[in-house]
Design a protein around this ligand. Structure first.
Ligand code: ADP
Ligand code: MG
Length: 225
Protein backbone atom coordinates (compact mmCIF):
# COMPACT_ATOMS: atom_id res chain seq x y z
CA UNK A 1 0.00 0.00 0.00
CA UNK A 2 1.28 3.45 -0.93
CA UNK A 3 0.56 6.78 0.71
CA UNK A 4 0.25 10.03 -1.20
CA UNK A 5 0.08 13.28 0.80
CA UNK A 6 -1.41 16.38 -0.84
CA UNK A 7 -0.14 19.17 1.35
CA UNK A 8 0.64 22.86 1.59
CA UNK A 9 0.91 25.32 4.43
CA UNK A 10 -1.53 27.52 2.48
CA UNK A 11 -5.29 27.17 1.97
CA UNK A 12 -7.08 27.57 -1.34
CA UNK A 13 -4.29 26.20 -3.53
CA UNK A 14 -6.24 23.17 -4.79
CA UNK A 15 -5.31 20.45 -2.30
CA UNK A 16 -8.79 19.00 -1.87
CA UNK A 17 -9.56 19.38 -5.57
CA UNK A 18 -6.47 17.37 -6.49
CA UNK A 19 -6.85 14.83 -3.67
CA UNK A 20 -10.43 13.98 -4.71
CA UNK A 21 -9.60 13.95 -8.44
CA UNK A 22 -6.57 11.70 -7.88
CA UNK A 23 -8.64 9.33 -5.74
CA UNK A 24 -11.18 8.94 -8.56
CA UNK A 25 -8.40 8.60 -11.18
CA UNK A 26 -6.75 5.84 -9.11
CA UNK A 27 -10.06 4.05 -8.72
CA UNK A 28 -10.64 4.23 -12.48
CA UNK A 29 -7.19 2.71 -12.98
CA UNK A 30 -8.26 -0.31 -10.91
CA UNK A 31 -6.73 0.63 -7.56
CA UNK A 32 -8.40 0.10 -4.24
CA UNK A 33 -8.19 3.62 -2.82
CA UNK A 34 -9.16 5.54 0.31
CA UNK A 35 -9.02 9.28 0.87
CA UNK A 36 -8.26 10.44 4.41
CA UNK A 37 -9.46 13.91 5.28
CA UNK A 38 -7.02 15.30 7.86
CA UNK A 39 -8.41 18.82 7.61
CA UNK A 40 -10.74 19.91 10.46
CA UNK A 41 -12.64 21.94 7.81
CA UNK A 42 -13.62 18.57 6.33
CA UNK A 43 -13.93 19.71 2.69
CA UNK A 44 -13.20 16.24 1.31
CA UNK A 45 -15.87 14.76 3.61
CA UNK A 46 -18.38 17.38 2.41
CA UNK A 47 -17.48 16.49 -1.16
CA UNK A 48 -18.11 12.80 -0.43
CA UNK A 49 -21.43 13.60 1.30
CA UNK A 50 -22.54 15.59 -1.72
CA UNK A 51 -21.43 12.76 -3.99
CA UNK A 52 -23.58 10.30 -2.07
CA UNK A 53 -26.67 12.46 -1.59
CA UNK A 54 -26.80 13.33 -5.29
CA UNK A 55 -26.65 9.61 -6.02
CA UNK A 56 -23.41 9.94 -7.99
CA UNK A 57 -21.21 7.41 -6.22
CA UNK A 58 -20.48 5.80 -2.87
CA UNK A 59 -16.77 5.67 -3.72
CA UNK A 60 -13.96 6.46 -3.27
CA UNK A 61 -14.07 5.85 0.46
CA UNK A 62 -13.47 9.15 2.26
CA UNK A 63 -12.72 9.07 5.98
CA UNK A 64 -12.49 11.81 8.51
CA UNK A 65 -9.24 10.94 10.30
CA UNK A 66 -7.71 12.52 13.38
CA UNK A 67 -3.96 12.75 12.79
CA UNK A 68 -3.21 11.20 16.19
CA UNK A 69 -4.77 8.00 14.92
CA UNK A 70 -3.19 8.13 11.47
CA UNK A 71 -0.70 5.23 11.92
CA UNK A 72 -3.47 3.04 13.37
CA UNK A 73 -5.97 3.83 10.59
CA UNK A 74 -3.29 3.31 7.94
CA UNK A 75 -2.50 -0.12 9.41
CA UNK A 76 -6.19 -1.02 9.22
CA UNK A 77 -6.30 0.05 5.56
CA UNK A 78 -3.18 -1.97 4.80
CA UNK A 79 -4.77 -5.04 6.37
CA UNK A 80 -7.96 -4.44 4.40
CA UNK A 81 -5.88 -4.64 1.19
CA UNK A 82 -5.93 -1.01 0.03
CA UNK A 83 -3.50 -0.11 -2.77
CA UNK A 84 -3.43 3.61 -2.13
CA UNK A 85 -4.30 6.07 0.62
CA UNK A 86 -4.43 9.75 -0.26
CA UNK A 87 -4.06 12.25 2.57
CA UNK A 88 -5.85 15.58 2.14
CA UNK A 89 -4.04 17.89 4.57
CA UNK A 90 -5.00 21.19 6.19
CA UNK A 91 -2.93 24.36 5.89
CA UNK A 92 -0.83 25.73 8.73
CA UNK A 93 -1.14 22.87 11.17
CA UNK A 94 2.39 21.79 11.80
CA UNK A 95 1.60 18.69 13.86
CA UNK A 96 -0.75 17.36 11.18
CA UNK A 97 1.78 18.22 8.46
CA UNK A 98 4.51 16.30 10.30
CA UNK A 99 2.26 13.27 10.78
CA UNK A 100 1.36 13.21 7.06
CA UNK A 101 4.85 13.92 5.75
CA UNK A 102 6.42 11.22 7.89
CA UNK A 103 4.26 8.44 6.43
CA UNK A 104 4.04 9.66 2.81
CA UNK A 105 5.63 7.78 -0.09
CA UNK A 106 4.90 10.73 -2.38
CA UNK A 107 4.41 14.33 -1.30
CA UNK A 108 2.51 16.57 -3.70
CA UNK A 109 2.58 20.29 -2.95
CA UNK A 110 0.11 22.34 -5.01
CA UNK A 111 0.94 26.02 -5.42
CA UNK A 112 -0.09 29.00 -7.45
CA UNK A 113 2.83 30.80 -9.06
CA UNK A 114 2.24 33.90 -6.94
CA UNK A 115 4.50 35.37 -4.28
CA UNK A 116 2.54 34.46 -1.12
CA UNK A 117 1.81 30.99 -2.38
CA UNK A 118 5.42 30.45 -3.38
CA UNK A 119 6.42 31.42 0.13
CA UNK A 120 4.06 28.83 1.64
CA UNK A 121 5.25 26.26 -0.90
CA UNK A 122 8.86 26.94 0.12
CA UNK A 123 7.97 26.36 3.79
CA UNK A 124 6.21 23.12 2.92
CA UNK A 125 9.16 21.89 0.82
CA UNK A 126 11.44 22.60 3.79
CA UNK A 127 9.20 20.60 6.14
CA UNK A 128 9.38 17.65 3.73
CA UNK A 129 13.16 18.01 3.45
CA UNK A 130 13.43 17.93 7.25
CA UNK A 131 11.83 14.49 7.03
CA UNK A 132 14.50 13.50 4.50
CA UNK A 133 11.96 13.46 1.64
CA UNK A 134 12.02 15.10 -1.78
CA UNK A 135 8.56 16.49 -2.58
CA UNK A 136 6.94 17.21 -5.94
CA UNK A 137 5.45 20.63 -6.58
CA UNK A 138 2.48 21.02 -8.90
CA UNK A 139 1.46 24.41 -10.27
CA UNK A 140 -2.26 25.12 -9.90
CA UNK A 141 -4.58 27.92 -11.08
CA UNK A 142 -1.95 28.36 -13.75
CA UNK A 143 -2.42 31.12 -16.32
CA UNK A 144 -1.56 30.10 -19.93
CA UNK A 145 1.77 31.94 -19.80
CA UNK A 146 3.57 34.43 -17.63
CA UNK A 147 6.84 35.40 -16.03
CA UNK A 148 5.61 34.04 -12.66
CA UNK A 149 5.64 30.50 -13.99
CA UNK A 150 9.30 30.75 -15.04
CA UNK A 151 10.22 32.23 -11.66
CA UNK A 152 8.35 29.47 -9.86
CA UNK A 153 10.26 26.85 -11.89
CA UNK A 154 13.58 28.39 -10.88
CA UNK A 155 12.67 28.54 -7.19
CA UNK A 156 11.50 24.91 -7.21
CA UNK A 157 14.78 23.86 -8.85
CA UNK A 158 16.78 25.82 -6.26
CA UNK A 159 14.84 24.13 -3.46
CA UNK A 160 15.82 20.76 -4.95
CA UNK A 161 12.23 19.67 -5.26
CA UNK A 162 10.68 18.06 -8.34
CA UNK A 163 8.34 20.02 -10.55
CA UNK A 164 5.40 17.97 -11.85
CA UNK A 165 5.58 18.22 -15.66
CA UNK A 166 1.88 19.09 -15.99
CA UNK A 167 0.27 22.22 -14.53
CA UNK A 168 -3.37 22.51 -13.48
CA UNK A 169 -4.70 25.55 -15.28
CA UNK A 170 -7.39 27.87 -14.03
CA UNK A 171 -10.53 26.16 -15.32
CA UNK A 172 -14.19 26.28 -14.37
CA UNK A 173 -14.48 22.49 -14.64
CA UNK A 174 -12.46 22.08 -11.43
CA UNK A 175 -14.67 24.28 -9.26
CA UNK A 176 -18.01 23.31 -10.81
CA UNK A 177 -17.23 19.63 -10.41
CA UNK A 178 -16.08 20.07 -6.83
CA UNK A 179 -19.32 21.79 -5.78
CA UNK A 180 -21.30 18.88 -7.16
CA UNK A 181 -19.41 16.06 -5.50
CA UNK A 182 -17.71 15.24 -8.77
CA UNK A 183 -14.21 15.56 -10.14
CA UNK A 184 -13.17 17.46 -13.26
CA UNK A 185 -12.75 14.24 -15.25
CA UNK A 186 -16.30 13.19 -14.35
CA UNK A 187 -17.80 16.62 -15.00
CA UNK A 188 -16.23 16.93 -18.44
CA UNK A 189 -14.54 13.65 -19.44
CA UNK A 190 -13.12 14.98 -22.70
CA UNK A 191 -12.12 18.38 -21.29
CA UNK A 192 -8.68 19.80 -20.70
CA UNK A 193 -8.96 19.58 -16.90
CA UNK A 194 -9.62 15.83 -17.29
CA UNK A 195 -6.41 15.50 -19.31
CA UNK A 196 -4.43 17.44 -16.70
CA UNK A 197 -5.73 15.19 -13.92
CA UNK A 198 -4.92 12.05 -15.91
CA UNK A 199 -1.36 13.23 -16.48
CA UNK A 200 -0.98 14.14 -12.82
CA UNK A 201 -2.30 10.71 -11.87
CA UNK A 202 0.16 9.00 -14.23
CA UNK A 203 3.03 11.03 -12.81
CA UNK A 204 1.98 10.10 -9.25
CA UNK A 205 1.44 6.43 -10.06
CA UNK A 206 4.82 6.17 -11.75
CA UNK A 207 6.49 7.79 -8.73
CA UNK A 208 4.65 5.41 -6.36
CA UNK A 209 4.55 2.12 -8.25
CA UNK A 210 7.15 2.50 -11.01
CA UNK A 211 6.77 2.80 -14.76
CA UNK A 212 3.87 1.01 -16.45
CA UNK A 213 2.49 -0.08 -13.07
CA UNK A 214 -0.46 2.24 -12.93
CA UNK A 215 -2.69 1.21 -15.80
CA UNK A 216 -5.84 -0.86 -15.78
CA UNK A 217 -4.17 -3.85 -17.43
CA UNK A 218 -1.56 -4.25 -14.75
CA UNK A 219 -4.05 -3.73 -11.92
CA UNK A 220 -6.35 -6.41 -13.34
CA UNK A 221 -3.61 -8.94 -14.00
CA UNK A 222 -2.30 -8.44 -10.48
CA UNK A 223 -5.74 -9.15 -9.08
CA UNK A 224 -6.22 -12.33 -11.05
CA UNK A 225 -2.71 -13.57 -10.14
N1 ADP B 1 -7.30 24.67 -11.26
C1 ADP B 1 -8.39 25.25 -10.75
N2 ADP B 1 -9.11 26.13 -11.50
C2 ADP B 1 -10.21 26.73 -10.98
N3 ADP B 1 -10.69 26.54 -9.74
C3 ADP B 1 -10.02 25.69 -8.94
C4 ADP B 1 -8.84 24.99 -9.39
N4 ADP B 1 -8.40 24.21 -8.37
C5 ADP B 1 -9.25 24.40 -7.34
N5 ADP B 1 -10.22 25.27 -7.66
C6 ADP B 1 -11.30 25.79 -6.77
O1 ADP B 1 -10.67 26.65 -5.82
C7 ADP B 1 -11.23 26.48 -4.51
C8 ADP B 1 -10.14 26.06 -3.53
O2 ADP B 1 -9.68 24.76 -3.89
P1 ADP B 1 -9.45 23.63 -2.78
O3 ADP B 1 -9.10 22.39 -3.53
O4 ADP B 1 -10.59 23.56 -1.83
O5 ADP B 1 -8.16 24.21 -2.05
P2 ADP B 1 -7.46 23.77 -0.68
O6 ADP B 1 -7.89 22.36 -0.37
O7 ADP B 1 -6.00 23.89 -0.95
O8 ADP B 1 -7.91 24.76 0.37
C9 ADP B 1 -12.34 25.47 -4.67
O9 ADP B 1 -13.55 26.16 -4.84
C10 ADP B 1 -11.98 24.71 -5.94
O10 ADP B 1 -13.10 24.19 -6.59
MG1 MG C 1 -8.77 21.55 1.36
Amino acid sequence: MKILAVISQKGGVGKTTLATALAVAAENAGKSVALFDLDPQASACFWADRRKTTGRSETPVVRDVNFNRLPHVLDAMREAGADLVILDCPPQQRDIADAALSVADLILIPTRAEALDIRAMTQTVRLAKQMGKRPSVVLTFSPPTGAEIEQAREIIAQLEADLVPVSMHLRKAYSRAQQDGQTAQEYEPTGKAAQEIQRLYEYSATALYGKEAHGKVKAKSRRSA
